[in-house]
Design a protein around this ligand. Sequence first.
Ligand code: AMP
Length: 214
Amino acid sequence: MRIILLGPPGVGKGTQAQFLIKRLEAVQLSTGDLLRTAIRERTELGRSAKKYMDVGDLVPDSIVLGLVGEWLAEQGERCVIFDGFPRTIAQAEGLDRLLDQMGKKLDRVLELVVADKTVINRISARRSCPVCGAVYNLLSAPPKVENVCDNCGREGLELRKDDRPEVIANRLRVYHAQTEPLADYYRQRGLLTAIDGDQGVKAVEAEIKDVLDA
Ligand code: AMP
């Protein structure tokens, strides 16, 4: 199975991806995580991506598609949850081509819909570990010990540079202009289901479960 989670930053795609991974024994493709790892490891790709990410713009399609192509080729027959990819029509077309070449298809696109105001409130409570990239939310999913990463023990969680209010405003602009049109792209292909992302995590999980069971 191959499922895309579509929705603005902070809507809960990463959280729902974790639920789907357990349920479907899937692997997650988060292009944001792949790019952040490249930045932490100071690779050439990381260096070229950083300037776009720091200001909330999209990394060029050619870079992202190259990364995804390599990653997908390594996954074999495993179920894949796409989180934060595709983000443009060109990426969606690129994904169609990649899957075609592999003799595979997309099963469903779940669009998590949420108001911009909710996104801004949620993201300002988000903190992440600068060492391993684990993500917390001070309100809904805080670390066990205040300001210490559960995953790697690092003390000092940070507000990601691109989670600052001025950058979030641009990320939302970019989402509406470049990524939201994907909802129509997949609706026309009969693949889209819209889900209210303004509800609690468990309620969203329940709706997704209903869609998968249908
Ligand atoms: P995310 O963690 O998914 O919110 O992504 C953080 C940032 O990484 C985005 O604001 C973009 O700058 C970049 N990024 C992640 N995924 C993509 C993608 N599919 N296409 C272009 N840029 C991306």
